[in-house]
Design a protein. Structure first.
Length: 344
């Protein structure tokens, strides 16, 4: 689900979450971050869990109901290459547009990146200094979404794709060497997974009727979402939207390996464990009319499609009538943080 962009916010502020409140250190070993939406004093929050789905830790916001650093709904966080920072699209001030947020992995500090108002779904480059994101423009019947990069220190921004009515680009991951940006491209009601070579600006198709391509840690594979019925806008005989399924493709090969077959259900952008052996993703747990409704759970599966299982169900953590949901699970990168292959 995509959201249209807002206006540019022109302020950078750095401060601590919950002044005077100690923050817990991030536990060692594998961790999975995601955005949770639930009832309670902090309805939107970025959390992390261990590979068992337990030891839940809040990253943002801390010490506040909403601000600073509250994430936007329907999106997830992304890690810096060293696993010390998380970035996501969120709100830093009341009545201000969404903006790129940086937060310490232990929830200790938050920073808003100036000039990124309206940004969506930011992802770190391997250099740890650059973030790619999307930004939309709507005016008098014109609607386009472009891909951008921003340097987090200088806050210098650069647009990578053209403004063109009906054309939309959404960055999803960088290749390990930083030379290529994998993206979703939407035009004329068709969604394709594409790769932009940053040196030449050439765009090539990774897979048709697909989106959210994500490079594996070693760059040998790409995981993505596919529309098995061929049209993401279409509906099945029961009137429900077409579903997505998870696929993996080896670099240099045309064939896609299908990992899931979840009829009438929607799955989210996948995330590779640092070992490259397993993938995490969100899936709606009921046959809802709208994709990514208020019942998403965190799932995981081996890269060969075996041992798929539920990792985290936010409804266990929710108190009250609201049906909790999660979005955008992302494995923390780095040596010593590998979860490895799932044992069936």
């Amino acid at each position: 689900m995509r959201w249209r962009a807002g206006n540019i916010c022109g302020v950078v502020i750095v401060l601590a979450f919950g002044a005077g409140t100690a923050t817990a250190a991030m536990p060692d070993g594998p961790r999975l971050a995601f955005m949770r939406w639930s009832s309670g004093p902090t309805p939107l929050a970025v959390l992390t869990v261990d590979p068992s789905g337990s030891t839940v830790q809040k990253v943002a916001p801390r010490g506040a109901r909403r601000l600073p650093g509250a994430p936007v709904p329907f999106e997830g966080p992304a890690w810096s290459p060293d696993g010390n920072l998380l970035t996501y699209s969120g709100y830093f001030r009341a009545k201000a547009p969404r903006i790129i947020i940086l937060a310490g992995a232990d929830g200790g500090a938050v920073k808003a990146i100036r000039g990124t108002g309206g940004a969506a779904e930011p992802v770190f480059a391997p250099d740890g200094r650059t973030i790619a994101f999307s930004r939309g423009r709507t005016r008098r019947g014109f609607w386009s979404t472009t891909a951008w990069v921003v340097d987090i220190e200088s806050e210098t921004r650069r647009r990578l794709t053209p403004w063109r009515d009906g054309l939309h680009y959404y960055p999803s991951s960088f290749s390990p060497d930083g030379s290529t940006l994998a993206m979703s491209r939407s035009r004329r009601n068709r969604q394709d997974a594409v790769a932009l070579h940053l040196g030449s600006a050439d765009v090539r198709v990774i897979a048709r009727n697909a989106e959210a391509p994500v490079f594996s840690p070693d760059g040998s594979r790409i995981a993505l979402l596919g529309y098995p019925n061929g049209n993401r806008i279409g509906r099945n005989k029961k009137g429900l939207p077409q579903n997505t399924d998870l696929y993996v493709k080896s670099i240099g090969e045309r064939r896609l390996r299908r990992l899931t077959n979840t009829v009438y259900r929607w799955e989210s952008k996948p995330s590779w464990d640092p070992s490259g052996e397993r993938l995490a993703y969100a899936r709606n747990s009921t046959n809802e009319v709208l994709p990514f409704g208020f019942s998403n759970v965190v799932m995981e599966i081996n890269r060969d499609g075996t041992c798929g299982r539920k990792l985290f169900d936010p409804r266990r953590e929710s108190k009250g009538p609201f049906n909790a949901s999660v979005y955008g699970p992302a494995w923390r990168p780095g040596p010593g943080r590998e979860a490895g292959r799932i044992a069936c």
